[in-house]
Design a protein around this ligand. Structure first.
Ligand code: EPS
Length: 389
């Protein structure tokens, strides 16, 4: 069982998004202002749609924290959906006995039966026996990633106490790739944070923006690739003894399950297929009793455990399936051919997806960290950490 675990609830246009986190030891400083900074990072990005102009995601810590410190009790987080104001009738949790005509009209207007290819619509409707695809859209929407970023921010605040920090950046949007990497991780992070496509090179950022503009013009959408990097990790998080304890396996699941992610790579990733053994593995050297490597093709993981090098995870996101240029589909009402439903959407959400992946990686890392060094309170965890090999 996971040490750090959480559940979320909430619909895209419902009242709010909620998370309950379990497993945070007492005595950790948890700041809502830091969570809000991460929420803002998820909201920006060239190519985002109209919804982000309505929302200004901020978290309320509802329980489990007292005077800025965790108490060891479950932590409840909440983000209100500002857009709910416009959706109250449609997303009502109560059934009204005699709804007004106007209410019925709004519900009718927002219900839909034309499946959007690439979304959860078709399988979701069959699985849960829905005639209105609104029921599928509302929870399958990537809107819920906002609360996951809040949970990830709590994880990052815990990891930071032990000097573990990470960042994310975009390495491809459509067919525009980042070929020139700044020399250090610090530089990549700084440049990416200042780019509205989260890309560490100015010229490539321009080309990415142009590609997004062209896609938007054509009523189309774009996917891409991002990278999450965490440094200063203690050696031996995760394990090789069972398949479900391997850290690469856990990280892959966490990143793969972000909506629209279709592939996850560790270190050199799929490139290793082209390399010989002698080119793949990172040779080990020693200087003044310090072990070091000159390469990091393993992406910081060997045998499903952290090996002391930087953790490098890549994710690939498909282009968003909700688009103006409607795809051919069927109407589930009568199984007749139709055009896919279109609702306000983003042209490209790869920069936001990178921030979500950073949160998911932090969640897995804090879980593995507390598994190894855990305790009931900050001092215990710190003592365990300091007594490591
Ligand atoms: C999102 C909120 C959603 C979408 C997007 C992500 O808001 P709305 O549906 O009101 O426009 O902008 O979600 C999707 C496109 C999707 O397919 O899930 C958010 O908060 O990130």
């Amino acid at each position: 069982m996971n040490v750090f675990r959480f559940l979320t609830s909430g619909e895209s246009h419902g009242k709010c998004l909620t998370a309950i986190i379990e497993g945070v030891p007492a005595g950790f400083r948890i700041r809502s202002s830091v969570i809000n900074e991460d929420l803002a990072r998820r909201q920006v990005g060239y190519g985002r749609g109209g919804r982000m102009k309505i929302e200004k995601d901020t978290v309320e810590i509802k329980s489990g924290v007292r005077f800025g410190k965790s108490t060891g009790a479950p932590i409840c987080l909440e983000i209100k959906n500002r857009d709910y104001e416009n959706w109250q009738d449609v997303m009502d949790t109560e059934r009204q006995d005699y709804p007004a005509q106007e209410t019925l009209r709004k519900i009718e207007e927002k219900s839909f039966t034309t499946v959007r290819p690439g979304h959860a619509d078709y399988a979701g409707a069959i699985k849960y026996n829905f005639s209105d695809l609104r029921n599928v859209l509302e929870r399958s929407s990537a809107r819920k990633t906002a609360i996951e970023v809040a949970v990830g921010s709590v994880a990052k605040q815990i990891l930071k106490e032990f000097g573990i920090m990470g960042f994310s950046h975009v390495i491809q949007i459509g067919d525009v790739k980042l070929d020139f990497y700044p020399k250090t991780y610090t530089l990549i992070k700084e440049k990416a944070e200042n780019s509205d496509v989260r890309c560490a090179d100015d010229l490539t950022s321009d080309r990415m923006r142009n590609a997004i503009d062209a896609a938007a013009e054509a009523g189309d959408t774009l996917g891409g690739k991002f990278e999450v990097i965490f440094g200063n990790l203690p050696i031996g998080l995760g394990s090789y003894v069972h398949w479900d304890k391997t850290l690469d396996g856990r990280l892959a699941q966490a990143v793969m399950s972000i909506p629209a992610v279709k592939a996850v790579e560790v270190g050199a990733g799929v490139e290793v297929a082209n390399l010989k053994g002698s080119e793949t593995h990172d040779e080990v050297f020693v200087k003044n009793k310090n072990v070091y490597r000159n390469t990091n093709n393993a992406g910081g993981l060997e045998g499903g455990m952290t090996n002391g090098e930087a953790l490098v995870i890549k994710g690939t996101m498909k282009a968003i399936p909700t688009m103006r240029k409607a795809l051919a589909t069927v109407d589930i009402k009568d199984l007749t051919p139709a055009s896919a439903h279109f609702e306000r959407s983003d042209t490209c959400a790869v920069p936001a997806c990178a921030v979500v992946a950073e949160a998911r990686v932090a969640i897995i890392l804090v879980d593995a960290f507390l598994e190894k060094f855990g305790g009931d309170n900050f001092d215990e965890v710190k003592a365990h950490f300091e007594s490591r090999n």
